[in-house]
Design a protein around this ligand. Sequence first.
Ligand SMILES: [Mg+2]
Length: 397
Amino acid sequence: MKITDLKIYPTWVGARNQLIIKIETDGGVHGWGESGLSGRELAVAGALQHYREILIGQDPMNIGYIWQLLYRSQYFEGGRVLTAAQSAIDIALHDIKGKALGVPIWQLLGGKQRDVVPTFVTIQLGAGMVQQAKRFMKKGWNVIRTGMNAGYSEPAGRKAKTGGRKMKDGDVFEPIESLAATAVQLTELRDALGPAVLLGTDFHHRLSVAEAAHFCQRMPKGTLDFLEEPIRDETPEAYEQLRRMTDVPFAIGEEFSSKWQFLPYIERGITNYARLDICNVGGFTESMKVAGMCEAHYIDLMPHNPLGPICTMATIHLAAAVPNFSHLEVWVREDGTLGHFDPAIFSHQPQLEGAAFPVPTAPGLGVEFNEDYAKAHAFKFWEAPKLYRKDGSVQNW
Ligand SMILES: [Mg+2]
């Protein structure tokens, strides 16, 4: 079997873009993949155009060889753009191989180690948070993650004018106000929910080391079970410093683009839940290696899953096949429907049974993408919200 084409679909899916790819073969099967570098789809599409020239004529069954060829055939190895492209390709190749052999992808990864894939749910802090958390707990969830409190206390509608820029209310993020309000609300939440539920919170790497330490110190011990991305990840030593200032477990890794980027976080005991993203780290091939490194250090995967059905389904296959798995991120609404799914775009959405996904049985990935939709809904320029402090300086989103 030979690869005959790589088709690249940066597609507007309603509120943002998704970058979907199709690998075609002369063997009567094709594969779908998705890139995880949200907001920079055109950069990844450019990388994919280069890779298309290398892929055509290759045997799609040689997945590990193709991974090495793509990663190492250029002088400038790795990086988030290139491995996001490689991730999409690697997922599509696994889809092809599963279809060709008539087995679900988890069979290619050593078989299944669990019957269902547990998930965690996300709620927002504020009025109604306790009731919402309790409703999810009643439906079976025992891990709940919260966003942070925005912490902006200006009266609604008032325009802050600072730093020469006019800013809207939602554009301002003040770390000290946010961490203080978030700590108060998490303490209330823990008091109301009791000790049985795992409670985590995500700061979207918006804090400094000191601010992250302040946040942890403002809550009674036992309030928070995991802290996701309090600071940025370029410097593992900064996380090591923060580790010495708090004993709250960290959940880090959704932006990592290789096993080498995970390595210091695993070996130095910095991440305690690996927030691996299969659409960024390098697909199934690289995810299984990261999972193995984590297993050796007794760290469970808690995968990042913010995209659509391809990312979700790929992560379910991965989760089924690894021994060290905690919970999969899922965006579920109160009515039980899942976010980021439009049946006009994708043929199939994995369905939750309670708080877990059943392990899929269809050959390959188990999702098909509507190419006609993509052709009619081309990429639209979209940027993530830009945040500023009140003094006008730039703040991470
Ligand atoms: Mg996150």
